[in-house]
Design a protein around this ligand. Structure first.
Ligand SMILES: [Fe+2]
Ligand SMILES: [Fe+2]
Length: 189
């Protein structure tokens, strides 16, 4: 089951009402897109999940605005296909330019594995605007510039919410652990 953040719709199965799966099923099945599951992106959100979030909300917004929702969905799913953990990239390689360079890296990777339209290339290449100064050529690119930032912020907030919940429930979990240990010790005695 695949869900975008904040949505309960299963994006891994055909759904004629939603229509999203049909546009991206070949990408979802591809090995290189699945590889993004290995890399953490924002908090406990993987690169794959982040791209799925952006892709789905790109799709919905483009559809709402009568724009090219196919390009929005497909380029959204591929926009961060840089295939490394950017936390390590900074720590191990000592480079701090990931924010500026990864859109170009993702586009080069996408061209290696998939055939894309000029609009999809523009969406991927310029999604980091204004960090990458090149101006968007299509309205669909403006959509991802906004959606990517909103999803990124949402994922970070969700991560902090998750950590706060862990912290808040710590005494209860610890108490249950102690009770369980006590029960085991009593049984053994
Ligand atoms: Fe990005
Ligand atoms: Fe992104």
């Amino acid at each position: 089951m695949l869900n975008a953040i904040g949505s309960k719709i299963d994006l891994s199965v055909p759904d004629s009402e939603c229509g999203y799966y049909e546009l991206v099923s070949d990408l979802l099945d591809s090995e290189v897109v699945q590889q993004m599951q290995q890399y953490m992106h924002h908090g406990h959100t993987t690169c794959f999940q982040h791209c799925l979030n952006v892709s789905y909300y790109n799709y919905l917004l483009c559809k709402l605005l009568s724009l090219d929702c196919r390009a929005g969905a497909r380029a959204g799913l591929l926009h961060d296909l840089f295939l490394y953990d950017w936390h390590d990239y900074v720590k191990v390689k000592g480079q701090r330019m990931h924010g500026w360079t990864h859109a170009g890296t993702a586009l080069a990777n996408v061209r290696k594995y998939f055939s894309i339209t000029p609009m999809e290339a523009d969406i991927i290449e310029k999604h980091m605007f204004p960090m990458n100064i090149a101006l968007p050529k299509y309205r669909e690119t403006v959509v991802i510039i906004c959606v990517d930032k909103i999803c990124g912020a949402w994922e970070v907030v969700a991560h902090w919410g998750y950590l706060m919940k862990l912290l808040a429930t710590y005494p209860v979990r610890k108490h249950r652990e102690r009770l369980a240990e006590k029960g085991t010790a009593e049984k053994a005695a």
